[in-house]
Design a protein. Sequence first.
Length: 276
Amino acid sequence: MGRNSLHRILSTVLILPLLMFMGFACGDGKSSQDTTKDKKQSQNHSVVKYPGYKIINEFPHDSTLFTQGLFMSEGMMYESGGMRGQSRLVRYVPGQPIAQTHQMPSYVFSEGICEVGDQIFMITYTAGKCFVFNKKTFELEQEFNYFGEGWGIEYHNGKIYMTDGSSVIKVINPETFVLEGTINVTMNGNKVEYLNELEFADGYLYANLWRRADIVKIDIETGKIVAAYNMAELYERVSYNPAIDVLNGIAYHETEKVFYLTGKLWPKLFKVKLGE
């Protein structure tokens, strides 16, 4: 979850479409005698779509925010910024200055956030803590402990979904923060690691992939990726700033059916329509 060079990011942008075409995996040297078996196995794999997207608008974004979590509620954008000594929770209207800030203790490396009723859950990178804030006042109301790293978090239908940088999404009880299950995410039969920020939209779970210029659409019933979006054009629009880090941050506007996307230390927030 640390910072990456722009060279590494742009290199990923260039090679990822090829890797995705190959199913995130290289050939394994099977002979032609295995083709019947492969055909049967492929029938069990969902067909992954690459529907593309349209950039509708772009807004200025605080480029000091090492964006880790993003969601929209009642016209307001809520965002968590990471890095120890710089971590904070903020609220603003897209395109306008930050209206409210809560600074985190210096030992905290903030990660993803999600809305649970009138509260905001914020997980942490390695501290093993989930902080629960009042959504309106940003006052700390509760804390939970957990094992392992925290990356992305989302709430949907009474459950919390959480990533730790692996190919596994944890399903957690929001009242106790106890693990209740897991979802193994795959694409073309291969596990997909580095799952990061999460956002539910129209019954599917969308995820950023760390160090990749991509967003994937996940069927949580099967764990299969059903669509993938290469967001290389967004990188091109912010690449003039040498300080930018990876694409991270997905917020969904349910009424307009659009997504707001940004990245760590990005100077822009994008309003995007993802294809179906």
